[in-house]
Structure formats: structure tokens, C-alpha cells
Design a protein around this ligand. Structure first.
Ligand SMILES: [Zn+2]
Length: 325
């Protein structure tokens, strides 16, 4: 009896779904897949890995574009409103945050609300350095509007810590399953596989950085605070959270002293921002330069084709800079 009752509606639904898929394919280019908009690469990667063939992912930040100060085109803003699900990171891209708030899309996933954020943002004034376990009580702040990204105290670069990124992956998996319950099993399976790979990456960093001779590294923009803290390293940033800001003379003087005191070997720069300041500082101090990639976008210049490959590149760069054997 149960079988008979189940079969009829299932057949009817299957027919209906097929019809819908055909009729909407021409109109919107959405062939029955869940239409997901992701604010920038790390969010896009999660949606693609977890959604697989059931999602059609659009990234708002084009490859090679620095994401922090992204402005959306009117067309992008319009398309945003047609998303089934939006995955973003509140506090990183103020213009995107505004557009999402006004998009009217109900299924929005804020990665910042899926893990814990900390304050690493004031290293640049030379008065405050990486502070270890300085939790900002973010749990209480979830859902409340964040201040302007440039002046915000919460560091948005959570994806560079494999443990936090895995927490975000779990939340994205749940959100996709909620929006598209028919494919819940696949989303769960893909989430589990991704989390397992992130766990392995975390172990690679732990093992790879174990026998090192120094802890301190200098970067151009303060993207690696969470990664540094996870593995007991100290990040000293030339610039702040915003990679385009100019360092003060006082900050440069502090870095000169610090590089000598802490046995710093390398000044890191990145692929999407200017390397001018890093090269100047390294030149003055006789240090090496190398790339440490904040994975805010993947381009031909990236040291790999996806998050995992570039993170392994970052690990090798850190091992070399910190004298790990
Ligand atoms: Zn950044």
C-alpha cells in the first residue's frame, strides 16, 4: 500500500521536474540546478566542491581582481537577486554586503557566522601584535551589522585556517541541503569528503612546520593571522587588512628592528597586490622575498589550480622562510 501511494506522486513529480528543467533552461540558463552566487573565490570553491553537479555557481569577484574593495556592476546586482542561495563573508566586501542585504534573497549564508572571528587588525599601528587567544565574543555579534570593513576589528581571513574553513564548509553543506533537500545526501557526502581533506591539510601544516628555527614572518597584507595562530607562528604585516593601504614610516622602522630581533629571513608578497613595499623592505634589510598567497582569487600566476594546491605552496614557502626541516 505504501509503495503504491509513493509511486504515483513520485512519477508525477519526476515528470514535473523534467518539464520545469526544460522550460527554464532557455529562459535563465539555469538547467534545474541550484543557482548559487559566491562572493569571492574561497566561498565559490566551497559551493562547487559541496554542490558538485547539482549547483550552478557564479563568482562575483572575477579571477585576478582584488576582492576587498570590489564594486558590483548593475548587472551583477540584478543577477544577485535571482540566486537561490548566496554564500559570502560579511565584513570582507562592504559593497557586496550592501547588495546582498538589498537583494531580497532569503537563502544567504554568511561564512563569518559559521566560525569564530578574532581581532588581528591593528598590527599595523605598531602598538598591538598578534595576540593569541583574543576572542572577540563573536558568537554574540553574529547577525548584527559589522562596521565598515576598513575599520573593522574582526579579521575576515578565516579561510586560510583549514580548521575554520572546515567549519564554514559544514555550514555551507547544511545550507545547500536546506535549499535543495532532494540532493541532501550528496551534499552531506561531499561536505564530509571536503572536511576530511581540510583535516589532512591541517595535519600537513602541523607536521611541516614542527621543526622550524624561527616563528616570525613578514607579509604585505595582514591575511595570515588565523593561519599563524593555528600553528604558533607570528605574522607581522607591512600593510593592514586592506592590501592597498600604505605603511607608515613608524611601521617600517618597527619592522626593521623586528626583522633583526626575530631572525626574519623573508618578506612575503602576494599575487594580486603590489610587491613594491615588500621589495623595498627586503632590499633595505638584505632579506629574501617570496610569495605567500592569501587565496583571494586563483589566476595563472597562482602556485596551484585550487585552494588545496595553493595552500600546499604556502606551506612550502613558510617551511623555507622559517627554516623547517
Ligand atoms: Zn585580504
Amino acid at each position: 500500500m505504501n509503495i503504491g501511494r509513493a509511486l504515483v506522486p513520485l512519477t508525477a513529480v519526476a515528470g514535473l521536474v523534467a518539464l520545469c528543467a526544460c522550460s527554464t533552461a532557455g529562459a535563465s540558463g539555469n538547467d534545474g540546478r541550484l543557482k548559487v552566487t559566491a562572493s569571492f573565490y574561497p566561498m565559490q570553491f566551497l559551493a562547487e566542491q559541496i554542490g558538485g553537479g547539482h549547483v550552478d555557481v557564479t563568482g562575483l569577484t572575477k579571477p585576478g581582481t582584488e576582492p576587498h574593495d570590489l564594486e558590483l556592476t548593475p548587472r551583477q546586482t540584478g543577477e544577485l537577486g535571482e540566486s537561490d542561495v548566496i554564500v559570502y563573508l560579511k565584513g570582507l566586501q562592504p559593497a557586496v554586503d550592501d547588495a546582498i542585504a538589498q537583494s531580497g534573497v532569503a537563502n544567504t549564508v554568511d561564512a563569518a557566522a559559521l566560525t569564530t572571528l578574532e581581532d588581528h587588525g591593528t598590527e599595523v599601528d605598531g602598538q598591538h601584535h598578534t595576540t593569541g587567544d583574543n576572542h572577540t565574543g563573536h558568537e554574540d555579534e553574529v547577525g548584527s551589522p559589522m562596521p565598515e570593513a576598513r575599520g573593522a576589528s574582526a579579521d575576515p581571513h578565516i579561510w586560510l585556517d583549514p580548521v575554520r574553513y572546515a567549519e564554514v564548509a559544514e555550514g555551507v553543506g547544511k545550507a545547500l541541503a536546506k535549499a535543495d533537500p532532494g540532493h541532501e545526501a550528496t551534499y552531506e557526502k561531499n561536505t564530509a569528503a571536503l572536511v576530511k581533506k581540510l583535516d589532512a591539510l591541517n595535519t600537513d601544516f602541523e607536521d611541516g612546520l614542527k621543526n622550524r628555527t624561527s616563528d616570525t614572518f613578514i607579509t604585505t597584507h595582514a591575511a595570515f593571522g588565523y593561519l599563524a595562530e593555528r600553528y604558533g607562528l607570528v605574522e607581522e604585516a607591512v600593510n593592514g587588512i586592506d592590501p592597498e593601504s600604505e605603511p607608515s614610516a613608524a611601521r617600517m622602522k618597527t619592522l626593521h628592528t623586528l626583522a633583526k630581533d626575530k631572525g626574519v629571513s623573508t618578506v612575503f608578497f602576494e599575487t594580486l597586490a603590489s610587491d613594491r613595499t615588500a621589495r623595498t623592505l627586503a632590499g633595505d634589510l638584505g632579506l629574501k622575498t617570496a610569495v605567500l598567497d592569501p587565496i583571494e582569487g586563483i589566476t595563472d600566476k597562482s602556485a596551484g589550480r585550487d585552494y588545496f594546491e595553493v595552500q600546499h605552496g604556502n606551506l612550502q614557502a613558510l617551511r623555507a622562510a622559517l627554516g623547517a626541516k
